[in-house]
Design a protein around this ligand. Sequence first.
Ligand code: AMP
Length: 105
Amino acid sequence: MDNNCIFCKIVRGDFNTEFVYENEHLVVFKDINPKAPVHLLVVPRVHVESLNELEDKNLMAELLQGVKDVTKKIGLKSYKTLINTGKEAGQEVFHLHVHILGEIK
Ligand code: AMP
């Protein structure tokens, strides 16, 4: 937990953010500035700055399983996933997250 991290605060429930999906490893919520009709963020409960700092292979697997579980839950069959790593690549929030971008047809 990083007290200055916006995603840690969301995970902790500080903003009463609605979770589209959650389990013991991660939460999923809507991106505040959506770039697609469906734009979700899959966010681990533990604070990891970026993919570069992620050492737990089990958490890597859980994040992708979370993508599968939430897309199945909401009926999103076709989608893109994105992980921005590092400032130059466009990472703005330094708490690892997977973007899910798509449209339910
Ligand atoms: P990235 O550029 O990969 O670090 O993505 C960070 C994403 O978090 C951006 O798409 C933002 O729109 C989104 N974001 C930032 N603050 C919030 C928030 N409070 N609730 C939901 N999404 C957020």
